[in-house]
Structure formats: C-alpha cells, structure tokens
Design a protein around this ligand. Structure first.
Ligand code: 5RP
Length: 292
C-alpha cells in the first residue's frame, strides 16, 4: 500500500511552460488513435518517415511462387533487414519464427486464385489478427473490376471498422488483374477510393508517367509494390523515383526474393528508401554486397 505519510508533495509543475503536443509524422494520420500511431511508427521509421516492407504473401493466390517454395530457406534470412513483413497467417504460423519481433502486415482478405477470378474475397476474423499481433491489416480492393469492385470495397470498409475497434490500422491494396491498367489516372482513382474509405496506408504500383499525381491525390502514405522481377538496377531506379515522387516506402517482394543476392538487394533498397541513395550508388552498393 502507498504510505500516505511519506508522500512528498509534488512541486515541479512547469508553470508557464506549455505542455508539449507533438505532431505526427505520417501524412493524413494525425487524428487517429494512440495504438494505431504506435503500430504505424513500428512500420514507418519516425526518423526517415519511410518503410521497407518485405512482401511474401503471393502464395495465397499464386501457390509456390518462384523464390517462395521454401520460405524457411529463402525468406527467414531476410527478416532481420525488413522494417515490416507482409504475409498470410498460414505461413506466419507454420514457418516464420516469432522471435524476430517484426511488425506484421497481415494479408487479411482471401478467396480466389489465379486459376479462376481474382479478387472474389472475404475477410479473416479480427480476433485472429489480434492473436497474431498484426500491426496492419491488408485487403485487396479491385476498383474497376465489374464483378468484384463492390465486394472488395465493402471488404475494405469492414476491415477498417474491425481494425479501428482494436487499434489496428488498415492497408488498402489496389488489386492486380489482367484487365486493370496501371496508369496514373487509374492508380490515383483506385488509391483515392481506398483512402476515402478509411485506409490508413495505400499500396499501389509505380507508373512511369505522372506518379506524382497518385501520391498528391491520396491523403495518406503510399507504398509501392515491386511487381514482376526487373534487373536489379531498374528495380532500384523504380524505388528511387517512387520515393522521390512522394511515396513513403516500398512493399516489395519478387524484386527482392527473386534477386541473385536477396540480402544485398534488400540492403540496397533500404539505402534508397531511408538514406536517399541515388540509383547508381545503390546499385554499386548492391554489387559490392553481392560479391562479398
Ligand atoms: C499482391 C501483393 C503482393 O504482396 C505485392 O504484389 C508485392 O509483391 P511484388 O513486389 O512481388 O509485386 O500485394 O497483391
């Protein structure tokens, strides 16, 4: 029990000094709750404002993608170099050691595969996300897909509601699909729809022309997927341009785990995203690390 007799009267009240009220470093997220900010600050570096997320959730629609056949052998060695990992619950439980303490962007929607129609999806239970200590919930949003647009936007709004109940922020992922073009007009429309419906972060693709239109028309941070494997120099150039044009990070998969030297590539991407390395500098770093 506290002893009332020895309770020393406080006297350092800082009278005349206004209480510090810190802002929040992530675009569009100044008014969200404390727990959400704490989770986002584990994903995005408060120092650089950026993130390097490692995505290896591809199996949920593509099966054993090249480079992901044995995640214990190819992905586990990369974990320590990622700011956040994006994966499905099955791989998380079965393969990923819980000792790395990396924030998890949990693939929160599932339903169909590349063998049928993509994006016919439902959501997981939110209690499952809590059990797995997810820091971000991710679902696919197929804007412009005649069959699944409404379903996936409903999924996003539901996910945001459920996550908000437990202080877990949401990532809207602009969907992949054969018919969906990836130009600035489409990407800004799809990304904006995600943000308008409550996504705290949006994952989309980089486009060569007018990518700034995408980052400027979306009021929350954008992270880019890497897409199909490119030569390393080109992938580093894409990451550089995306950050230079306003993206807050990358959520990259194949361009890292399908690289000839995945750890070197991940470190080079980090140098671009967090330290502002130019593409040539980053490629030189990649080659040096690869040859060590
Ligand atoms: C698919 C995804 C993937 O995680 C995403 O595409 C990232 O991987 P990659 O860099 O290989 O494109 O969200 O919907």
């Amino acid at each position: 029990m506290p002893d009332n007799d020895s309770n020393v009267q406080g006297k350092n009240y800082g009278i005349g000094i206004p209480q510090k009220t810190e802002g929040y470093f992530l675009k569009g997220n100044a008014h969200i709750d404390w727990g959400m900010k704490d989770r986002l600050s584990r994903i995005f570096s408060p120092k650089s404002g950026h993130t390097v997320m490692l995505a290896f959730d591809h199996g949920y629609i593509m099966g054993p993608t090249s480079g992901l056949e044995r995640i214990d052998l190819t992905i586990t060695p990369l974990l320590e170099y990622a700011d956040c990992i994006m994966c499905c619950r099955g791989i998380l439980r079965s393969v990923i050691p819980p000792t790395y303490n990396k924030p998890i962007s949990l693939r929160y929607s599932a339903g169909s595969t590349i063998l049928t129609y993509l994006n016919d999806e439902c959501l997981l239970d939110v209690e499952e996300a809590v059990r797995l200590n997810a820091s971000l919930l991710a679902c696919m949003v197929a804007v412009g897909d005649p069959k699944h647009e409404a379903l996936t936007i409903r999924n996003l709004t539901k996910m945001v509601d459920l996550g908000t109940r437990y202080g877990i922020p949401s990532l809207g992922v602009t969907a992949v699909g054969k018919e969906l073009v990836r130009d600035a007009r489409y990407l800004s429309l799809a990304s904006r729809v995600c943000a308008e419906n409550g996504a705290h972060v949006v994952k989309t693709y980089y486009c060569e022309e007018n990518f700034e239109q995408v980052t400027n028309s979306v009021p929350v941070p954008i992270v880019i997927a890497g897409g199909k494997k490119l030569p390393e120099r080109d992938a580093l150039e894409m990451a550089y341009r995306a950050i230079d044009q306003g993206a807050a990070g990358v959520d990259m998969g194949r361009n890292i785990f399908q690289s000839d030297a995945p750890i070197a590539m991940l470190k080079a991407v980090r140098a671009v995203v967090h330290e502002g390395f130019k593409p040539d500098q980053a490629f030189e770093l990649y080659q040096t690390l690869k040859n060590q």
